[in-house]
Design a protein around this ligand. Structure first.
Ligand code: ATR
Length: 291
């Protein structure tokens, strides 16, 4: 247990609920590894009190905050500045203290980018298929367009929503690389192996026997299957993709790197690959994942 002193800086997570968050493990392990006098705690914040929470944190000299569901968009009006990528995505998960308030960043998508890179998966000139056009799917679509994916198929149960997101990505990135489809219409996509990113909540614990697309022939489209879910560690989507011969990864590394990027912003440090590996191991232990 870390010794809390008069000099100990505080960072934390605001959201609701926050009790089961794994972020304290990420940040407190990093502080231990880097020898930084910082404690990271969670704060449950009700919807109507987001502004009070941000202003109160600033008044208490809190160094930085992470923001999780359901406050990622609601915090934006309470910031003094916003990073252009976070603005494009329309969601903030990291607040960095600056003169007069907090500046908002989104480290979820750079976190996913770095997680993919750590597995040797590039987005540049890649054809990508995204499942889901909710808040997460939208951010992933934006990230693929910004990072040079050559073609992105955005599949959603509700086609209208996929169309809206595709239009928005086109408008905000100036790239005409994104095509909206209904999930049920996947057979109309040119059949070749894609990087497939599963960005819906289908298959998340306790619904471990669900996959957003159940038909096994869909999985012939998967070259690399990335599920942004990390609980369970191997989703039904991943199992089906592996059965079809694809490589898979889950969302735990994205969670790791979004945390590392936030930590680097707060403390002006660089986390090494070795340190990242130690934190990742601790996260897996905390989640009881054995490989
Ligand atoms: P998040 O912020 O996690 O993306 P969200 O904005 O509520 O959450 O979006 C949830 C996503 O999961 C949507 O793409 C949703 O599809 P719809 O837009 O058609 O609702 C998708 N989703 C949720 N449950 C689903 C299900 N049973 N089958 C298919 N898609 C589902």
């Amino acid at each position: 247990m870390k010794e809390i002193k008069g000099t100990t800086a505080v960072c934390g997570l605001i959201g609701n609920p926050v009790e089961h968050s794994i972020s304290p493990i990420i940040h407190n392990t990093l502080s231990e590894l880097l020898g930084i006098d910082l404690a990271y705690v969670t704060f449950r914040v009700e919807n109507e009190r987001v502004g009070e929470a941000v202003n109160g944190a600033y008044a208490l000299s809190i160094r930085g905050l992470n923001v999780t569901v359901p406050h990622k968009s609601a915090v934006i009006p309470h910031l003094c500045a916003i990073d252009p990528l976070a603005e494009k995505i329309g969601a903030v998960n990291t607040l960095v203290r600056c003169a007069g308030g907090y500046k908002g960043y989104n480290t979820d998508m750079p976190g996913l980018y770095r997680a993919l890179a750590s597995e040797g998966i590039a987005l540049e000139d890649r054809e990508v298929l995204i499942l889901g056009a909710g808040g997460v799917g939208r951010a992933v679509a934006m990230m693929c367009a910004v990072n040079g994916a050559s073609r992105v198929y955005l599949l959603n149960r509700t086609l209208e929503k996929a169309k809206e997101v595709a239009d928005e990505v086109r408008e905000r990135t100036g790239r005409d690389c994104i095509f909206a489809k209904a999930l049920s219409d996947y057979r109309s996509i040119p059949p070749k192996p894609y990087l497939v990113i599963q960005a819906t909540s289908v298959g998340m614990f306790p619904h471990v026997e669900d996959a957003v697309i159940e038909e096994q022939d869909f999985y012939e489209y998967v070259d690399v299957g990335v599920d942004l879910i990390f609980n369970p560690a191997k989703t039904k989507f991943m199992r089906a993709a592996e059965q079809a011969g694809a490589r898979t990864m889950n969302g735990l590394k994205m969670l790791l790197y979004q945390g590392i990027l936030a930590y680097e912003l707060w403390n002006d440090v660089k986390v090494t690959d070795e340190q990242a590996a130690i934190v990742y191991q601790k996260m897996k232990e905390a989640m009881n994942i054995h490989e």
